[in-house]
Design a protein around this ligand. Structure first.
Ligand SMILES: [Zn+2]
Length: 374
């Protein structure tokens, strides 16, 4: 049995002691400190990145322009580049982003994968050798519903993730959401990012969660809270486009908030950086507790399992991070200041990863001439 010692998070507070695991599963938590732990420090469950677009990690140039210029479909910069990028380049870029996630203590993510079936296949290729639980939310190639394409997508992916409902003909987006529901898979969509959208129209699609809602009114947020629809916030992405998410207002409305890093061409997919920024930006509008921000960075796992536990306990997967930070009752506050250099150990699927011993980039495959999307 491998083990780590220090202060571990039990879902409510940090407790002094030891966490041991075997075959990828936590098998022991105890209050005494082990004699030979493989790392010591502040021990937390792996973080969960509730919203990514990993494919646009292939865009490496300096970004200039508005949100419409850069990310809006079908003509934003990212879509133009993805349409002509080589498959290998997109896979390598996504793999690099996933490696960043493992190194920075993320155990899983929900990706909004552009490019239809082909886009999904590239995501699966990039994820194959990386110890990360990727949830692939696909979408049709274009902004129109076609039954055969929707059926093929839903056989392949974990669910549907769209740009914004208002980008679509109303009838088409409704059919897509109904197909997802019939398949028993989540349907999720960006909402009220560029402009306020009609919340009743969006909630009628029965989304598993919404992303952004920075342009939403108080009553829109209360409608989401009443409907039990979580909202994923991506504060660094919003700030890049000149917006400030009002985290205290979301919580006052009773919304369940999850945290994500959004476009990989804008933000490195490091949840530690997102946590730090979210905590700071919340202070612009009041205050959100360090514990709440930490839980925002864990809750996205509920997409996989609605009863997911936000702490370390026997029987949970051994996906952990050990940080060289002060523990004790102020562990939550320490986390708000954590940086990559504070990481002592990452345990992914029971395998400890120290320093630079991270999954290698995939060997180069035969170059493909096919575009990643069209
Ligand atoms: Zn997004």
């Amino acid at each position: 049995m491998d083990c780590v010692s220090g202060w571990f998070y039990d879902g409510k507070r940090f407790r002094r002691g030891t966490v041991g695991w075997e075959d990828g599963v936590v098998v022991e938590t105890r209050s005494s400190v082990a004699r030979d732990p493989i790392a010591t420090g502040l021990i937390i469950p792996a973080l969960w990145n509730a919203h990514t677009h990993l494919g646009d990690a292939v865009v490496t140039q300096e970004l200039k322009g508005t949100i419409e210029d850069l990310v809006a479909p079908p003509h934003g910069l990212k879509h133009r580049i993805l349409a002509t990028a080589k498959d290998d380049a997109v896979v390598d870029a996504m793999h690099r982003a996933m490696t960043t996630m493992v190194r920075t203590g993320t155990g899983g993510f929900a990706d909004f994968r552009e490019g239809g079936l082909r886009g999904l296949k590239l995501l699966f290729a990039a994820n194959a050798a990386v110890p990360l639980h990727g949830v692939a939310l696909g979408r049709p190639v274009g902004l129109a519903y076609e039954p055969k394409e929707a059926a093929a997508l839903l056989r392949t992916c974990d669910g549907i993730g769209l740009s914004a409902a208002s980008d679509w003909p109303a009838d088409d987006v409704r059919k897509l959401s109904e197909d997802a529901r019939r398949a028993g898979k989540p349907f999720a969509v960006h909402c009220s990012e560029r402009v306020r959208e009609d919340i009743d129209t969006v909630l009628d699609l029965r989304p598993a969660f919404l992303i952004h809602m920075v342009r939403a009114t108080d009553s829109d947020l209360e409608r989401c809270a009443d409907a039990g629809v979580p909202i994923v916030v991506c504060p660094r992405s919003n700030a890049f486009f000149g917006m400030t998410p009002d985290l205290p207002r979301l919580l006052r409305a009773g919304v369940e908030v999850w945290l994500g890093t959004d476009n990989a061409m804008i933000n490195a997919p490091s949840m530690l950086r997102e946590i730090e920024f979210a905590y700071r930006v919340a202070r612009l509008r009041g205050q959100v507790s360090a514990r709440e921000v930490f839980h925002m960075a864990l809750r996205g796992r509920k997409l996989l399992d609605s009863t997911a536990f936000p702490g370390i306990r026997v029987g949970e997967p051994a996906n952990l991070m050990v940080l060289d930070l002060p523990g004790g009752p102020h562990g939550h506050a320490s986390l708000m200041r954590a940086g990559e250099s504070d990481i002592a150990l990452v345990v992914a699927g029971g395998v400890p990863w120290h320093g630079a011993q991270f999954p290698a980039m995939p060997r180069r495959r035969k170059a493909s001439r096919r575009p990643a999307t069209s």
